[in-house]
Design a protein around this ligand. Structure first.
Ligand SMILES: [Mg+2]
Length: 227
């Protein structure tokens, strides 16, 4: 089987870009104000009122994020939580393909993915560019998911000749669309870190305990073969 996991609020408990932006500020008050602004931007995205590129641009405009903030962040955030690591290890041991497909940034997430045993080639995410002063900026050419997760999964399956049942697992509407756009056979809502009823309503299955994940997968796989 082929598993495409979202990263932020799915494999990882939090939102990595928001976290690095908040951690770059030194005063508690400034961090609190930033958290509120980021939550507002997130709500606009969830309500479909702001697309990914504008959401990222808006967030990066709030603070001048530089290489030092990023290296401090990855020093502090080395590992995914133990139950997630156990699940990934189990899937990989069974010979399944595990991908990470994220609108986050490789500079923040790749070390954690690789430590969890996922091949670096299987991590599809944005990359920052840096100005001569070391400030992080984004260019469309470094954003591989602008066509949407569904379209991206479709292309990966074609190029890598992946023909088995494909699952997209995530917490948000951009993940659910991976199925709507015909990339994945099934969408599993990840209800572990953030509960979003609008996602559970359209998911083929919703997982609220990691221990239930493989059971739900096998159930869905059987519904496919018996169709
Ligand atoms: Mg997410």
């Amino acid at each position: 089987m082929h598993f495409f996991f979202d990263f932020d609020s799915t494999l990882y408990a939090k939102e990595s870009l928001d976290e690095v932006l908040i951690s770059s500020l030194s005063s508690a008050k400034a961090r609190e104000v930033m958290a509120k602004k980021l939550a507002d931007i997130c709500s606009l995205g969830m309500a479909g009122k702001m697309d990914i590129i504008n959401s990222i641009k808006e967030r990066l405009s709030l603070v001048k994020l530089n290489r030092i903030h990023i290296s401090n962040y990855i020093k502090k955030n080395k590992k995914l939580q133990a139950p997630v690591l156990v699940l990934l290890k189990s899937l990989l041991k069974q010979g399944h393909d595990v991908f990470v497909i994220s609108n986050g940034f490789k500079e923040l997430i790749l070390p954690m993915c690789v430590r969890a045993g996922i091949s670096a080639d299987n991590v599809i995410a944005n990359s920052f560019s840096f100005t001569k002063n070391g400030v992080a900026v984004i260019y469309k050419k470094n954003m591989p998911l602008l066509a949407g997760k569904g379209q991206t999964i479709k292309s990966i399956k074609r190029v890598k000749k992946l023909t088995q049942t494909t699952f997209m697992i995530g917490d948000s509407i951009t993940d659910a669309k991976a199925k709507i756009k015909g990339g994945a056979d099934f969408f599993i809502g990840w209800d572990i870190y953030i509960k979003r009823p609008q996602i559970s309503n359209i998911a083929d299955a919703t997982v609220s305990r990691i221990a239930d994940f493989e059971r739900e997968v096998n159930f869905l796989e059987n519904t496919k073969t018996s169709r």
